[in-house]
Design a protein around this ligand. Structure first.
Ligand SMILES: Cc1ncc(C[n+]2csc(CCOP(=O)(O)OP(=O)(O)O)c2C)c(N)n1
Ligand SMILES: [Mg+2]
Length: 642
């Protein structure tokens, strides 16, 4: 599998990774090629600007793949090898700059790549073999697609002569992932590998970010090719518009100054566009209230007086009410998801809509936009700032005092809250609130899916972008542990807390082994209510308290009834982590502190919490936001005044 033409015996690499008898790594080979750029600085779109043209170097397709990853600045790949991808793993073994982290399940690789991407803003990379390896990536790819996360997945495919024959471990992963990737490629020729990988990174990370899959036939990995870098590419038809149309921006600013009940409706696109600073400036310049969606927690500080909180199904009354009663919505990188709008035909009935998004397909998809603005959120907001300033200079300024007194009345009357359980058991909201307070706004919080996710969105103060990771669009149980692992690899200096449910945790906790072995000391707080809490909540409210198959900790009868299966403390220890348990409010701070003090290993805390706590407020699925409940059968009074 090594390139005999360039084999020179042993080598001493920069990391001392010499393996006698091995061929030079792609990095070494590529280093000999003239015109080399430092890793991470390669700009594959400007190859013509770099004369003289780089000299090609002969290597295998697999070596070209690794060389391309190195040139693209990739520092970590999460994956599991297998037959079809095996040729790529051989040169990967020698790479001095690409660390491979061997996960325990390909789903973990995909979520880890997403977690890495969400904290760093750079594409995360995962790798898998053909067939089942590739199909195990389907969930994280769909997840990354829904949440616009730049992930590059590289899969081995059966040799090209076997494609279409039901070959061993053959799955048409390009076909399967077509609707859940931003783009995908099937590569069958070695000379196409480096260029395709460069294209994949470009597509994943520009415009609206998203996952891109590169499926490479085994024979293409094994065959010889000429590697050159930078590699020119051209993607006809792919030219994301980042610069907004200035007339639209001026019209938006004019409408913003004429509105009396405007709201800045901020979505995850603001974080993707690194536009938090500009958003803060726009909010303060206009004095407008801000709501931050589940994907945008941290885009605007929770502590800011203009932040009304999260809108939507489990949003704050003031945030939901603001959208419902607004006369103008300024949607920035948001997509009018059904979890935000509730019943669409009753959503924000009096509002005109300005909708800015980098993806033109989002605009007017669910709700008609009076002013569509296609562009990168940072550029849009920067131009809006100038346009609003011009409006102010012309003497046009909105008076929002009546609006603010209404909003303040809602938030004073209906703050977020919870009751402590009356049986002395632990309140899940309290646990999560304390983690947020003790770990602070510099920590990265990664949630699973369910009640604990909503409480983590609600009760932690999200002050900074890229510090709150969750599966918003797909709602993927099992996201938290592997995504936290990827986040910790991407931001090793940050404290990373996974806040997981006992159900979610059981889907992907095997990545604790990866964390323990690879030195990735994440903290995992399992909010253990003994059941699939969010589903149980719906059974409580809408299925007459018939708890069909939502208890996790009880056997129907027999000896194991009431026991903890599995015991998460023992499970953590079996995985080489520290396992702690906490059952009372009095111990919460101490156990969080104890976990914080352990720096050399992952820690799992099993918080045994009340089994019946519910997430409030709530807009029942398919109903109008107007019918939000702050507790069971308790509707807010919209006419409340301070
Ligand atoms: C992969 C997957 N399967 C099923 C669901 C449906 N679902 C949503 S929340 C939830 C319960 C999650 O339970 P747990 O992790 O214990 O969290 P809790 O709600 O109890 O905090 C389920 C089953 C899902 N979102 N994802
Ligand atoms: Mg649970």
């Amino acid at each position: 599998m090594t390139d005999q033409t360039t084999t020179t015996g042993s080598r001493t690499g920069p990391a001392g990774s010499a393996r006698p008898g091995q061929a030079p790594s792609p990095r070494d080979l590529a280093a000999r090629a003239p015109g080399r750029e430092a890793a991470g600085e390669a700009n594959p779109r400007r190859p013509d600007a770099d004369p003289p043209a780089p000299q090609p170097v002969q290597m295998t397709g697999a070596q070209a793949l690794v060389a391309a990853l190195e040139r693209l600045g990739v520092d970590v790949v999460f994956g599991i090898p297998g037959g079809a991808i095996l040729p790529a793993y051989d040169p990967l073994f020698d790479s001095a700059s690409v660390r491979h982290i061997l996960v325990r399940h390909e789903q973990g690789a995909g979520h880890a790549a997403a977690g890495y991407a969400q904290v760093t803003g750079r594409p995360g990379v995962c790798m898998a073999t053909s067939g089942p390896g590739a199909t195990n990536l389907v969930t994280p790819l769909a997840d990354a697609y829904m949440d616009s996360v730049p992930v590059v997945a590289i899969t081995g495919q059966v040799p090209s002569s076997l494609i279409g024959t039901d070959g061993f471990q053959e799955a048409d992963i390009a076909g399967i992932t077509l609707p859940i990737t931003k783009h995908n490629f099937l590569v069958t020729r070695p000379e196409d590998i480096a260029r395709t990988v460069a294209e994949a990174f470009h597509v994943a990370s520009t415009g609206r970010p998203g996952p891109v899959l590169v499926d490479i036939a085994k024979d293409a990995l094994q065959a010889k090719t000429q590697f050159r870098w930078p590699v020119p590419f051209d993607l006809p038809g792919y030219h994301p518009v980042t610069r907004p149309h200035s007339r639209q921006v001026r019209e938006a600013a004019r409408m913003m100054m004429a509105a009396s009940r405007p709201v800045l409706y901020v979505g995850g696109g603001v974080i993707k566009a690194e536009a938090s600073r500009e958003l803060l400036a726009l909010a303060e310049l206009t004095g407008m209230p801000v709501v931050t969606t589940l994907m945008a927690r941290g885009a605007f500080p929770s502590s800011h007086s203009q932040n009304l909180g999260m809108p939507g199904m489990h949003g704050k009354v003031a945030a939901v009410g603001a959208l419902q009663k607004a006369d103008l919505l300024v949607a920035l990188g948001a997509r009018f998801d059904d979890r935000v709008t509730g019943r669409l035909d009753t959503f924000a009935p009096e509002a005109a809509v300005i909708h800015a998004d980098i993806d033109p397909a989002e605009i007017s998809k669910n709700r008609h936009a009076e002013v569509p603005i296609v562009g990168d959120c940072r550029e849009v907001i920067t131009e809006l700032l100038a346009a609003v300033e011009a409006e102010h200079e012309a003497g046009h300024k909105a008076d929002l005092s009546a609006w603010w007194s209404q909003l303040d009345a809602w938030r004073a009357t209906y703050p977020l809250g919870y009751d402590d359980p009356d049986d002395g058991s632990l309140s899940p909201q309290y646990v999560i609130e304390r983690i947020g307070k003790l770990a602070g706004p510099d920590a990265v919080y990664v949630a699973g899916v369910g009640q604990h996710q909503m409480w983590a969105a609600q009760f932690i103060d999200h002050e900074r972008p890229r510090h709150w990771l969750n599966s918003g669009g797909l709602g993927t149980m099992g996201y938290a542990v592997p995504a936290a692992m990827g986040a910790k690899v991407g931001a090793p200096g940050s404290k990373v807390w996974a806040i997981d449910g006992d159900g979610c945790f059981q889907m992907t906790n095997q990545e604790l082994a990866t964390c323990a072995l690879e030195g990735i000391p994440i903290k995992v707080a399992v909010i253990n209510n003994g059941n699939l809490g969010m589903v149980r909540q719906w059974q409580t409210l809408f299925y007459n308290e018939r708890y069909s198959h939502t208890d996790l900790d009880r056997a129907a009868e027999g000896e194991s009834a009431g026991t903890r299966i599995p015991d998460f403390v023992k499970l953590a220890e079996a995985y080489g982590c520290v396992g702690l348990r906490c059952e009372t409010a009095a111990d919460v701070d101490a156990v969080i502190q104890q976990a914080a003090d352990i720096k050399d290993r992952p820690v799992v805390i099993d918080f045994i919490v009340h089994r019946d706590a519910m997430v409030w407020p709530m807009v029942a699925a398919g109903t109008s936001n107007d019918d939000i409940k702050v507790a069971r059968d308790m509707a807010p009074d919209w006419d409340v005044t301070e």
